[in-house]
Design a protein around this ligand. Sequence first.
Ligand code: F6R
Length: 609
Amino acid sequence: MCGIIGIVGREPVAGHLVDALKRLEYRGYDSAGVATLEAETGLTRRRAEGKLRNLEIKLAAAPLSGLIGIGHTRWATHGAPTEANAHPHATSRVAVVHNGIIENFRELRAELEAKGQHFASETDTEVVAQLVDWYLQQGETPATAVATTLKRLTGAFALAFLFTDHDDLVIDARRGSPLAVGWGDGEMYLGSDAIALAPFTDRVAYLEEGDWVEITRTGATVHDETDAVVERPIVTVSATAFQVDRGNYRHFMAKEIHEQPEVIGHTLARYLDLSASTVRLPPALPFDWAKLDRLSIVACGTAYYAGLVGKYWFERYARLPVEIDVASEFRYREPPLPKNGLALFVSQSGETADTLASLRFCKAQGQHTAAIVNVTTSTIARESDVIFPTLAGPEIGVASTKAFTCQLSVLASLAIAAGRARGVLSAEDEKRLVGALGELPGLVLRALRVEPKIERLARETAKVADVLYLGRGSSYPIALEGALKLKEISYIHAEGYAAGELKHGPIALIDEVMPVVVIAPHDPLFEKTVSNMQEVAARGGRIVLVTDEKGAGAASVATLETIVMPDMPDLLAPIVYALPVQMLAYHTAVFMGTDVDQPRNLAKSVTVE
Ligand code: F6R
């Protein structure tokens, strides 16, 4: 997490640094800071606790006019989110901003303190500034001091350095955390992603693992981890990748919820040939669905819940055994993997540290690897054998919405392709299922129409302390996702449960206060879920039923509210039913007055484990 930016410019950079940081605030917003080289005061910092507006206030009161600078927005790992712990960290010779974790910072700090270096913060980052400072004192140049320092660091990081007396040099380095270098007109930039650089340039180079770069106004010299000079291709980033405005919406999350019919349509257009009613995947896949012994799906958070729906689909439509795990568990339990296995990673950002580590583990075990990613320039995208992009566009709200339903759209397409290749689905089956997917954008649009009703329900939900979500089959992951969405943006405690598990414990929670949101399309499991609702009703529980016309008619249970979704084939239900739970979380959070797009303690891109 954390976002970093650097500019070697021709005019004062502080304002541009802050503008770029605004585009990186999704990576963390506990504190922010900039450092520039000033004519009078040399290396000078402004830092502020909390969101970027606090830094802007400081800069308005005490402006900076330097033509070169670095900036940072922080998601705290080591040390509280105070001003003292805010980046840039600096000595009199060097300032540094950092995204990631320096694992051996304690040893390094002890060593440097023994040498007489004085520390001013509790962060792991400051050891990097102090170590570079130490090597500069020993007579090294900025470049050799950084190169020597990098070899002493363990952990994952992206770093940018600014040096006293060097007004045409920023050095940056990446190991495990992303970094892009941008080419302007007599100016150069670096940033955690290309979006941060969008106002300045669309010409960027993505650094590779272990790279470090000397950036001046006229260009960049890239070194690999052996310090050899290497070339990294400069690519032009498409303008749509930069569209990050809120439009007429109050929050990015609201905009992203409402974009779903469109972005699901774009995504499906990439995977379906609707005129031939077939799934259309890249022609030369590096694996054969028919020969796979097992599919391992690995992801985190919402992306994991998408994978969980995928498990139901791959098992049902392709009879392909699926193992699924959260990446933070998967990577450390070192599971035995079959000879002919495909490991599939699901990630919006493509940078999630645990998912990336799991990918590397699977590659080392000789698995075929594939990734469903939204950011196609990300590390996970670049390191996978094949990628299946979601075309959700930039997702800025910290709570994932449109990326989730696009991930599901891709997973559904893949499950059908696998089913065909494995001889489980006939051409007729494929035609029926692809035809159903073709209806999806329209159904998602219709699902949005229940928003006024959900808004009324949210007013009540905002008053409770706990909410239980239940679902069976492929609705179970939607129950989990509904609970996650609610807790992350409204801070209301919520649990998602498989409806059949209710009687094994959570039924003890049922009372006259806690809403129980039941996700139950009228599918073959509907009657089973009705039994669970009756168990809730018999104990005075308050049921919110999300179902379709048929389900509403057949439920035979008194509900606090029934949200009716359009009728649809079973395959589509988890995708369409995601919308009411997203909208319930959103409106509840709005009523509670929380910071919907930047909920406390969270960050969009989780690049630490
Ligand atoms: C929840 C949410 C997170 C992410 C998770 C994985 O709304 O957004 O749970 O899904 O951090 O992130 P990616 O998909 O970027 O790997």
